[in-house]
Design a protein. Structure first.
Length: 82
């Protein structure tokens, strides 16, 4: 397991095939998932990419949230309908 301020946390199982990179919420890091430890990729900061992750701004578009009908089907297929 790697532990550092700017390194991802990795769980090494099955010869690097099970490498899992986690998001560290306190440091607001986003780590890309990759199967090879040596080519894991660069770490981006979450606050630099908020526009890519945000679908609806709560403060501005909170009147849109009740209009969304979220349907989770029994066969693990989910859909959002408006």
């Amino acid at each position: 397991m790697l532990q550092s301020g700017l390194l991802p946390l990795g769980h090494l199982t099955q010869r690097f095939d099970g490498l899992v990179a986690h998001m560290e919420l306190l440091q607001r890091l986003v780590v890309p998932l990759h199967r090879d430890l040596l080519r894991l990729g660069l770490i981006g900061f979450l606050h630099d990419h908020l526009d890519e992750f945000r679908l609806v701004e709560i403060g501005v578009n909170q009147h849109l949230l009740p209009l969304l009908d979220i349907d989770a089907a029994a066969d693990d297929q989910a859909g959002i309908f408006s």
